[in-house]
Design a protein around this ligand. Structure first.
Ligand SMILES: Cc1cc2nc3c(=O)[nH]c(=O)nc-3n(C[C@H](O)[C@H](O)[C@H](O)COP(=O)(O)O)c2cc1C
Length: 172
């Protein structure tokens, strides 16, 4: 729970690169996520070329953290690996969350930048990275050493929990 409380969206970063070993740890965290039928329908692109990010910013109004960050990781769905139809975005989301938790745990900061299902964002990244037809850009994660401090957050809310039937709350 400590890492879960600590994870926040970090949008400002120090001007220093992230070590390759740390990037690999973050990727390993993504690859260890659960997936439907264990299909692991993900592929990753490590991006530190600001010319690519510049193109993303033209179609994505909330992608500024990727401009601030020394590196971003694009998580993509691989439709050729899909065994359980329709589940690939859910699996990729699980991978992204694992990666954000690992980012936090190793002293980095990160921010999830939504790509899928916005068609113009998906198309932009497909074009910019020359990805094959069966690969779908899903989310961009801006990663770097944090240059902002954010409070831990705890959002537990017992009114969101029911017990056996909808009209009975689960008492703490
Ligand atoms: C699917 C998804 C898409 C998101 N897209 C963006 C985005 O494009 N730009 C951005 O700055 N933050 C984005 N976020 C981060 C959210 O704004 C952030 O998680 C939320 O405000 C809660 O703050 P916290 O992450 O610090 O707990 C996204 C988060 C999710 C889960």
């Amino acid at each position: 729970m400590r890492t879960i409380y600590k994870r926040r969206s970090i949008r400002k970063f120090e001007d220093r690169p992230v070590e390759r070993e740390k990037i690999l740890k973050v990727l390993e965290a993504g690859m260890n996520a659960p997936s439907a039928m264990n299909q692991q329908p993900w592929q990753f692109v490590v991006i530190d070329d600001q010319n690519i990010i510049k193109k993303v910013l033209e179609v994505h109004p909330f992608a500024r953290p990727a401009k601030e960050a020394p590196v971003s990781i694009l998580v993509c769905g691989d439709l050729e690996k899909e065994l359980a139809e329709g589940y690939w975005p859910i699996d990729c989301a699980a991978a992204v969350q694992n990666m954000l938790l690992e980012v936090t745990d190793i002293g980095l900061g990160g921010c999830w930048l939504g790509i899928y299902p916005k068609p113009e964002r998906v198309a932009c990244l497909k074009e910019a990275l020359s990805v094959p037809e069966t690969i779908v850009p899903f989310a961009l994660i801006a990663v770097g050493y944090p240059a902002e401090d954010k409070e831990e957050k705890k959002l537990f809310d017992s009114s969101r929990i029911r017990y056996n039937r909808w009209d009975v709350l689960y008492q703490q």
